[in-house]
Ligand binder design. Structure first.
Ligand SMILES: [Zn+2]
Length: 161
């Protein structure tokens, strides 16, 4: 199974997206609240506005309110979307499989590394995969010890095979 982990850049992008969306959501919501609390001021704003004034005071007022409501909804939606992107895979199980070849006898070993309960160890073993050794040293049937620390580094960096 190959699944590419989302990168740090993508994660940072999600955070920035979330902050920007929240900022816009808050500004639209606060504009909405201020407009509703102070209709007189809003009417003056609508009258002086080059687009809203074309629809009359009531029409412009409604467009202004509905527009803010819509933009706030979109901003909230985008904020939720980026938050979901940020938290995705945080608690998600990761399964990494890799092959290592014994330099002594040439035998190919299939290894797996996983976080999370699924798939089960039985599932992996049934398909001929051996758990990634905790000490990074894999002993081949021929007795040769294979050093897997370079693979470990890749695992820690989240590079999936
Ligand atoms: Zn060997």
């Amino acid at each position: 199974m190959v699944r590419r982990k989302i990168t740090l850049v993508q994660r940072i992008g999600c955070v920035i997206g979330f902050i920007v969306s929240c900022f816009f959501a808050l500004s639209f919501i606060s504009t909405l609240i201020v407009s509703l609390l102070n209709p007189t001021l809003t009417s003056e704003f609508v009258k002086s506005h080059f687009i809203f004034s074309k629809f009359g005071v009531v029409g412009g007022f409604l467009i202004h309110i509905i527009g803010n409501l819509l933009f706030a909804a979109v901003a909230i939606f985008l904020a939720l979307l980026s938050w979901k992107g940020f938290t995705s895979q945080l608690n998600q199980a990761v399964l990494v499989t890799t092959k290592c070849i014994c330099k002594n006898c040439g035998k190919v070993h299939k290894l797996y590394y996983k976080s999370g309960p699924n798939p089960t160890d039985e599932y992996c073993k049934e398909r001929g995969f051996i758990p990634f050794p905790v000490d990074d040293k894999f002993k081949c049937d021929c007795g040769f010890e294979i050093d897997l620390s370079s693979f470990r580094n890749d695992l820690d960096e989240g590079i999936l095979y």
